[in-house]
Design a protein around this ligand. Structure first.
Ligand code: SF4
Ligand code: SF4
Length: 393
């Protein structure tokens, strides 16, 4: 079969049997999402009830389509992008309600009045080991996104998904994913492989600087997502400079480069947490495999992997690189259907949907647990805006 032969068909999903299978596989997920979203109690006011119902229907429909169509990437990417946008709407509205603006004062920061962010986890480990304190400001147990709850979430998701975190849980990742999908064709097609080492260099440098200075250096100077969450009140030239750096990095890494390359450049070429999270792939039971006998070496998956997690060598070995975020794109686009989700220690079964479904359950539970509440919160604000002219209050 030539590389350009029609893609081998999966067993036709558009049958009554396919629908029944998808419904049966979706029902347990619907039950789990309902339990997570309501915690056994329906919301009291009608607006929250309505947006909870809309979010529930959206999540259920996305999971059903992933199962029924036997495709992962496009549905996941759409939901992931919606979650990122909703996260920012909800987060910013909450901040404005609490503090009157997106800017946080140094006094509030020192008092731990900031949510803990997973991006700094690798940079707090060394200082925490030596000083028994977490250098990122935040409350250990109180308030939303406190340090303890974020660490538990990260640990659970890392065990269940490995670096799948970066395509299923991270509420920032949807931004560069969304921008990377806006253009049909990449204007920059080739990126030198050496750039894929940059996140490791950033991680090592920041871990050392943070350990030496006992300060959350990444958060203070380099985080592009400050541009869409909160930043320190501009009271000095230093803070102005930091704010300009945040905004510039966001525009470059999260907007412009993803638009030009159709890749997730913040996640694949810069984010230090992404590099750190690649290590979690080693302790996770799921990976992606390529059947080298079916593969025609067309390099489509290498060119299209959003996070630069495939190269010729890895395809030849039938494996992805350790940075794979389990986004499912290579599985969906391979013209030979040579790529598959896989459970380590089991035979590679290209064409079987079992490993993908088994991965989808934990991945979608984490995505719904984080994303569901953000969508509800953002929709509530949007409906308030329509009804009252203001999102706040
Ligand atoms: S695995 Fe990648 S290189 Fe091989 S046929 Fe599929 S898309 Fe082409
Ligand atoms: S190797 Fe495949 S599943 Fe992994 S990040 Fe790349 S496209 Fe996604």
């Amino acid at each position: 079969m030539s590389v350009f032969s029609p893609r081998p068909e999966m067993p036709a999903p558009s049958t009554a049997r396919g629908i029944v299978r998808a419904v049966l596989l979706t029902l347990p997920m619907l039950l789990l999402i309902a339990m997570m979203m309501t915690q056994g109690e329906l919301p009291k006011d009608s607006l929250t009830r309505a947006v909870t119902a809309i979010t529930y229907a959206l999540l259920g429909a996305v999971f059903f389509l992933m199962v029924y169509k036997k495709e992962t990437y496009k549905y996941r990417a759409a939901l992931f992008t919606i979650v990122a946008v909703c996260f920012s709407i909800a987060f910013i509205a909450n901040l404005v309600e609490m503090r009157g603006s997106m800017a946080v004062s140094r006094a509030d920061m020192l008092a731990g009045e900031t949510p803990f962010c997973h991006l700094v986890i690798p940079m707090v480990i060394i200082p925490a080991a030596f000083t028994r304190t977490i250098i990122f400001p935040g409350s250990l147990l109180e308030g939303f996104a406190n340090i303890a709850s974020m660490l538990i979430l990260w640990l659970g998701a890392s065990l269940a998904l490995g670096r799948g975190w970066c395509s299923w849980v991270c509420f920032f990742g949807g931004f560069d994913e969304g921008f990377s999908r806006l253009r049909k064709k990449a204007l920059i097609k080739k990126i030198a492989p050496v750039w894929t080492y940059l996140p490791w260099a950033v991680l090592l440098t920041l871990a050392l600087i943070s350990a030496l200075t006992l300060s959350p250096f990444y958060c203070e100077w380099l985080c592009p997502f400050k541009a869409v969450t909160e930043f320190e009140q501009i009271t000095s030239f230093k803070i102005l400079l930091q704010t300009i750096i945040f905004a510039s990095l966001f525009i470059l890494l999260v907007v412009i480069l993803p638009l030009l390359t159709r890749r997730r450049t913040q996640c694949g070429l810069f984010c230090p947490f992404a590099a750190f999270q690649s290590l979690a792939n080693k302790i996770n039971i799921f990976d992606l495999r390529i059947d080298t006998e079916k593969c025609k070496n067309c390099r489509l998956c290498v060119k299209d992997c959003p996070t630069f997690s495939l190269d010729e060598n890895s395809v030849g070995r039938g494996k992805t690189l350790m940075s794979c975020t389990k986004c499912g794109k290579c599985v969906d686009i391979c013209p030979q259907r040579a790529v598959t989700y896989h459970i380590k220690g089991t035979p590679v079964a290209v064409g079987s949907d079992t490993a993908r479904i088994l991965f989808l359950y934990p991945a979608f539970i984490f995505m719904s647990a984080i994303g569901g509440s953000m969508i509800v919160s953002a929709l509530t604000r949007i409906f308030k805006l329509i009804a009252t002219g203001s999102m706040i209050g």
